[in-house]
Design a protein around this ligand. Structure first.
Ligand code: MIC
Ligand code: SF4
Length: 642
């Protein structure tokens, strides 16, 4: 039986386990990336491991998220990351050089290699034929130290693309179509592998838009083959030497097959407040727009912004619209500047932001009260833009640009004139904003400013785990609910005690107070609890507040791993009706917890109601040891002591 591309790359990197879907496997990691809002924590953890130099083929630290610098905090973190990277063999991408995923695609990604990143959109590099996975900072720290990365062997879903995109229908619409069909939890436990004739017509940045937003499906990762299109892209980046052809075997088997005929697609949008609330743009009438934001790791490539520039050339942004554009990288911005497209954007009235995440993570450009914002980004969770009453629609750059002119959500096909942008034969390559690791690491002093506080560490599991239900929340709670991130809070990513004051407050303002007054307790969640980002703060902050376990209908992959790394029990209701019965403030107890956690079923007694719930503990043997030890760091310490 032939292998699909996912299986081929995983097989080549397999260190432990059998490649049977559902079983845990350990893989070797070739490359890592961090960004600044998760990086500080990751490097503190790396330093705590006492390893001098990273053991990966390539590790890169990016500064792209926390760039507003309203106080000293972000700049302190930047300085810490720069010096720690310099000392330990890590490349440092300076602020202004661009969004980690865009720059990694341009300058570092290698087909066939594995990449682990402390950001959920790391799968972007799957557009180059990498197995690229998002994880919590601690897992990335371990991988930098040469440690194995563990995942559940995924099922591989084959998305066969046939036909060709029609004018003004884009890669964004392909991934929105998939989100429409599969929903935000449809990809959990799966890798999405793209094949079919339609693949050939998609450039690497277009493929990367699709693999990027595969994160919103909850997928482990997404991947495209490495073919002549990939070669041309790498050649244009002056990196052809890293190219190799990587295709699935002709008789490859897949766990599931989905067909998408590109000819039949039309411009789509994810309406508020979820990336899977997908509608046809043509069917939404009279959506008046207040803000249009173009950029993010999904849609900020040279090709994307050139299309936007062509649409805006000679036009003026509608008087009621504020248009902001954040180019994905210094390379993109330089090229737009040199060929005059930047002048067209500015002349049309666009507000140009520096190359970084910016409004995508609420770092500035919060829309007005009750505003409608069209964004080329990947997440439209309520409040993520910085304004709780605003409504965000996710769209393609073409739809965004046209709508910025008309002032309402507009199907770009209605403007008539077809635009074409050719992939450049050569990109402007200048890595002067990437600082290589020091030749003399001993002379490098790591600078750790006062904003950087120690992170909490759990204690080994106690035999009796008790506490109240501190909060009960619905399905699809995101890490943006658990640990909100915006311009006010992002500067405190290295300050867990401060962040704790905001934990789960979008769901209930009282949560931090309740947790403190009761000395911790339990969280009850619905389906897909913890979807979204990789931020381990969504586990570290509950840990700091004394949360001992989360009882949910199901969990998102990265968040579940982060809970386990922190020694917090992720328990799944065996009988979903129990979710309906359990109430806030019920007093829970897990008796004989140590014994119970050694098995697959944990009985949680509800002392208030005089009932009990059978919960599944769906973890590997290795994860079980972590839960018993009180988290990954404790387990590593125990193992080192032996
Ligand atoms: C996001 O898009 O939510 C982020 C900000 O990039 C996060 C990482 C973080 O919270 O720092 C992610 O996607 O993992
Ligand atoms: Fe940055 Fe937004 Fe991409 Fe997250 S999703 S890495 S915040 S651009």
């Amino acid at each position: 039986m032939g292998l699909n591309l996912t299986q081929k790359i995983l097989k080549e990197h397999l260190v432990e386990g059998k490649m049977i879907p559902g079983e845990e496997i350990g893989i070797r990691i070739d490359q890592t990336l961090t960004q600044d809002s998760t990086g500080t924590m990751a490097y503190l953890q790396f330093q705590a491991m006492g390893i001098d130099k990273v053991k990966t083929k390539r590790s890169v630290a990016y500064i792209d998220h926390n760039m507003l610098q309203q106080g000293f905090e972000n700049a302190d973190d930047h300085k810490y990351i720069q010096t720690v990277a310099h000392k330990h063999g890590i490349y440092f991408s300076r602020p202004g050089n661009g969004i980690c995923h865009q720059v990694h695609l341009e300058r570092f990604g290698v087909p066939g290699e594995t990449l682990l990143g402390s950001d959920s959109h790391t799968p972007t590099a799957g557009g180059l034929g990498m197995i690229a996975i998002g994880a919590g900072g601690l897992d990335v720290a371990v991988a930098m130290g040469g440690g194995t990365y563990y995942i559940t062997m995924p099922k591989v879903v084959n998305v066969r693309l046939t036909g060709k995109l029609q004018p003004f229908v884009t890669a964004k619409d392909i991934i929105l179509e998939l989100l429409r069909r599969l929903t935000v939890k449809g990809g959990v436990g799966k890798v999405i592998e793209y094949t079919g004739d339609g693949v050939k017509s998609l450039s690497v940045p277009e493929r990367a838009t699709i693999t990027n937003m595969g994160a919103e499906l909850g997928a482990t990762t997404s991947i495209f083959p490495s073919d002549e299109v990939t070669r041309a892209f790498l050649k244009a980046q002056k990196r052809e030497e890293v190219w190799k052809e990587l295709l699935p075997d002709e008789d490859a088997e897949y766990d599931e097959v989905i067909e998408i005929n590109l000819d039949e697609l039309e411009p789509l949008t994810a309406a508020p407040h979820s990336p899977d609330n997908v509608k046809k743009v043509s069917e939404l009438k009279d959506v008046k727009v207040d803000q249009v934001a173009i950029g993010s790791c999904t849609n900020s490539s040279y090709m994307d912004l050139m299309k936007v520039a062509k649409i805006l050339k000679g036009k003026t942004v509608h008087p009621s619209v504020s248009l902001v554009i954040a180019p994905g990288s210094k390379q993109v911005l330089t090229m737009l500047a040199q060929n005059g497209a930047l002048a067209d954007l500015i002349a049309a009235g666009a507000r140009i932001l520096e190359s970084g995440c910016g409004p995508c993570i609420g770092m500035g450009q919060a829309p007005a009260s009750n505003a409608i914002s069209l964004r080329t980004f990947n997440r439209n969770f309520k409040g993520r833009c910085g304004t709780a009453s605003a409504s965000v629609y996710l769209v393609s750059p073409e739809t965004a640009a046209i709508s910025a002119i008309t002032g309402k959500l507009t199907d770009p096909r209605t403007i008539g004139e077809e635009i074409s942008v050719e992939m450049p034969e050569e990109f402007i390559v200048d890595d002067n904003m990437i600082i290589p690791p020091a030749d003399d690491p001993d002379s490098v002093e790591v600078i750790q400013g006062p904003n950087i506080k120690p992170f909490p560490i759990n204690t080994p599991l106690k035999d009796e785990v008790t506490g109240k239900v501190l909060i009960k929340v619905e399905d699809n709670i995101t890490t943006d609910h658990i640990m909100p991130s915006n311009a006010k809070l992002l500067p405190f990513r290295s300050n867990i005690p401060y962040l704790a004051e905001f934990c789960l407050t979008p769901c209930n303002e009282e949560f931090p107070k309740r947790a403190k007054e009761n000395g911790g307790g339990f969280i009850v969640g619905g389906e897909n609890y913890g979807q979204g980002s990789s931020r381990e703060h969504a586990a570290l902050v509950p840990l700091y507040l004394g949360v001992k376990g989360v009882l949910a209908k199901s969990f998102a992959r990265i968040h579940k791993a982060n809970l386990i790394n922190s020694g917090i029990l992720p328990l799944t209701f065996k009988n979903p009706e129990d979710y309906d019965k359990i109430q806030e403030f019920d007093e829970l107890v897990i008796e004989n917890a140590v014994e119970q956690v050694k098995g697959d079923t944990v009985v949680v007694k509800n002392k208030t109601q005089g009932t009990q719930y059978e919960m599944s503990l769906e973890v590997s043997e290795r994860e079980r040891q972590m839960l018993l030890a009180g988290g990954k760091i404790n387990l590593i310490k125990q193992q080192n002591a032996k």
